[in-house]
Design a protein around this ligand. Structure first.
Ligand code: PRX
Length: 681
């Protein structure tokens, strides 16, 4: 198998960092936890589930008929009660749930648990008035504002699975997802602030509605205040409905396996998959990982996942995990350099953030900006700093540890995926001696392995497929509307074993190093985008004959999209016409998917390198995109084609005539590539 070139870089850093002594002494997770979970995996998960408030206790921890699992069978609970009501009932209603920081300086709002409960009840009542019932899907296309959390929890309270679409996705991406899951109500806002500019959301929803005739209502939060088009009867304002509704709402209790949410994510084929998560197992997984990996202490901690709620990281570690633990969080609306490149550090100092969770692409952006910005602020409150979304290169790890963590905070590099629900491989901050670049060990109760092609564990130091051999509570239950695809995608290569799509190796100590995707999924600033998805968008332009997309390594975004496109013979591609065409194609991708998928570079080429059977050799195109010596060309039908493309590439204007892909690290933040882009979207 091929292993990503990052491997060689990863292995150059050999230092280990012991867990900070004071953290170790008081950590929620103590060393015996690994033994406990290994001795009785289901007993361990059952103990974790006891931290939640159940209306009816479960009869059985797990029912497993591979590849379908049911967790905490027979148990009933309500996710919103677990995230909100029970903290109020326990006398902690006065504790701040969210310190929300809007992008414009000084635009802040603190919401206590008691206030959050009232707002969730109001939204649940308003949604009921709009006809939302248990089982109905509700689409959410919103900025990073407190109402987004309220909307999600109100859906959870009603047993109406939410389907959040990242607000940087295009209207077409939104409508495809709405249609696929059959949502009839959409919650959005007029816009959001991004680098001082309004990112308009309501107009994008209006366009999406043209192809979603089944949507009955669009509920709109007024955030930015500009004029918006209005469809009377369909559109309703949040402030006219939710804010006027009663704060009394009696929650219904749902089966542990009742659907909680659907989140779409890219796979190797063109259409994104609707990953389905259910209630009891998911909540157990995200609340226990929050408590044990981020060592959450609700009385003293201030937690900040600097990601967008539109990604799974936001669902699990802005909303459900922290709230289930009753901790105080920070939530930030805008770009990391809005108001200055020290904006994040100012926020951390101001609120005394103790735990920060972000993505390598953002860390690399901060590295590029320079250490003078974090130095402007006192960051000594930070005791745990986390990373997620892509492999973290040791250099970024060390920079993060020393410049943000003051050489004392514990770094947790956490590996997981949308499908996993919560973190699967990670250090535990009071136990694990960490190695920069390694995700270290499966979380207690998680059975991760590295398999060879034969379905057996590979030897130490050898690369292989990262798999999970036993079910876990937060696992996806199916692909919405396509269980066959669920079985085929994740469970068919090694029957009964979950295939992650990532490559990994275990080192001599048995610690895990995640090496990146083995399939056609690219990881752009921590976002998953499939090569086919981008190819489909490009060939939707009638001037295009054929397109091949590859992910090329990029110092900031990890991977960048490079497209090789052949244009129909009748179309003029000379000089200015060619330049215009490239710009047009990049815009087409932005329109069809979102700006985050806009290729860094598009090379127009008369032909693509193919095998004799007509298969495009992407491997060679990746070599070309990365300016590497070409690999084996013997299977090509015509080996001169790839030489010609390599020459064209060498003559092409410096990479990224426009690198503004607008992407955000797991929704975290604009990476440098997006600095000029004016935002997420
Ligand atoms: O390739 C892995 C990478 O991100 C992919 C999952 O992306 P997504 O479903 O969007 O979820 C991202 C946030 C949970 C994985 O297949 N990935 C995620 N975390 C890491 C990682 N790669 C290496 N190290 C990580 N810590």
């Amino acid at each position: 198998m091929t292993i990503s070139p990052e491997l060689s870089v990863l292995l150059h850093e050999n230092r280990q960092f012991d867990p900070p002594a004071d953290l170790a002494a008081n950590a929620n997770a103590q060393p015996e936890i690994y033994e406990r979970a290994a001795a009785d995996r289901l007993g361990f998960w059952s103990e974790q589930a006891e931290f939640l408030t159940w209306d009816r206790h479960w009869d059985e921890v797990l029912e497993w008929e591979a590849p379908h699992s049911k967790w905490f069978v027979g148990g009933t609970l309500n996710a919103s009660v677990n995230c909100v009501d029970r903290h109020v009932d326990a006398g902690n209603g006065g504790r701040v749930a969210f310190h929300w920081v809007g992008e414009p300086e000084g635009d802040t709002r603190a919401t206590t648990y008691a206030q959050l409960k009232d707002q969730v009840c109001q939204a649940a009542n308003a949604l009921t008035d709009l006809g939302v019932k248990k089982g109905d899907r509700v689409a959410i296309y919103m900025p990073m504002i407190p109402e987004t959390v309220v909307a999600m929890l109100a859906c959870a309270r009603l047993g109406a699975p939410h389907m959040v679409v990242f607000a940087g996705y295009s209207s077409e991406a939104l409508s495809t997802r709405i249609i696929d899951c059959g949502a009839q109500v959409v919650i959005t806002a007029d816009g959001s602030w991004r680098k001082g500019v309004i990112n308009e959301l309501k107009p994008a929803v209006d366009v999406a509605m043209d192809s979603c005739p089944d949507v009955r209502h669009v509920l709109v939060v007024k955030r930015t205040g500009q004029e918006v088009d209005w469809r009377t009867g369909r559109d309703v304002w949040w402030h006219d409905t939710v804010e006027k509704a009663s704060t009394d709402h009696t929650p219904e209790m749902f089966d542990s396996e009742h659907p909680l949410y659907i989140m779409y994510t890219s796979g190797t084929t063109g259409t994104p998959k609707g990953v389905l998560h259910t209630t009891g197992g998911y909540l157990t997984h995200v609340s226990s990982t929050s408590r044990l990996i981020f060592d959450m202490k609700p009385e003293t901690d201030v937690f900040w996942t600097a990601a967008d709620i539109g990604w799974v990281t936001g669902h699990s570690y802005i909303v459900y995990g922290p709230l289930a633990n009753g901790v105080t969080s920070v939530m930030y609306e805008g770009a990391p350099d809005a108001g200055g490149k020290d904006r994040w550090w100012k926020i951390i100092e101001h609120y005394g953030v103790t735990i920060l969770y972000t993505a390598p692409t953002t860390i690399r952006t901060f590295m590029k900006w320079g250490e003078e910005y974090p130095k402007m602020h006192d960051l000594s409150s930070l005791r745990i700093i986390g990373s997620v979304g892509e492999p973290i290169n040791p250099e970024a790890w060390i920079w993060y540890h020393s410049n943000i963590g003051g050489n004392t905070a514990a770094v947790v590099d956490t590996w997981w995926q949308t499908e996993n629900g919560g973190i699967l491989i990670t250090p535990l901050p009071g136990i694990t001696a960490t190695k920069p670049g390694a995700a270290m060990k499966p979380f207690p109760g998680i059975s991760a392995e590295v398999f060879g092609n034969d379905g057996k564990p590979v030897g130490r130091g050898e690369g292989g497929f990262l798999v999970v051999t036993e079910p876990w509570p937060g696992m996806l239950r199916t692909v919405w509307g396509d269980d066959e695809r669920y079985q085929r995608t994740y469970w068919s290569k090694f029957p009964g074993v979950y295939l992650s799509g990532d490559g990994a190796k275990k080192d001599d100590d048995g610690d895990f190093w995640v090496l990146g995707r083995l399939d056609d999924v690219m990881n752009i600033s921590g976002h998953r985008i499939s090569t086919t998805e981008v190819e489909h968008a490009i060939v939707s332009d009638l001037k295009v004959a054929e397109a091949a997309v590859v992910g090329a390594s990029d110092p900031i975004t990890g991977t960048a999209i490079v497209a090789f496109v052949t244009i129909k013979a009748s179309v003029d591609t000379e000089g200015e016409a060619g330049v215009r065409l490239v710009a047009e194609l990049r815009d087409t991708v932005a329109e069809r998917i979102g700006k985050l998928a806009r290729p860094r570079q598009i090379l127009l080429t008369p032909e693509l390198p193919k095998t004799r059977s007509g298969k495009i050799m992407r491997r060679l195109l990746r070599d070309v995109a990365e300016h590497r010596e070409l690999g084996d060309v013997t299977t090509l039908a015509d080996s001169t084609v790839v030489d010609m493309i390599a020459e064209l590439m060498a003559d092409a204007p410096a990479e990224a005539e426009d690198t503004t892909n607008g992407s955000a690290a797991s929704g975290v933040a604009d990476s440098t590539t997006a600095e000029e882009a004016g935002g997420h979207a």
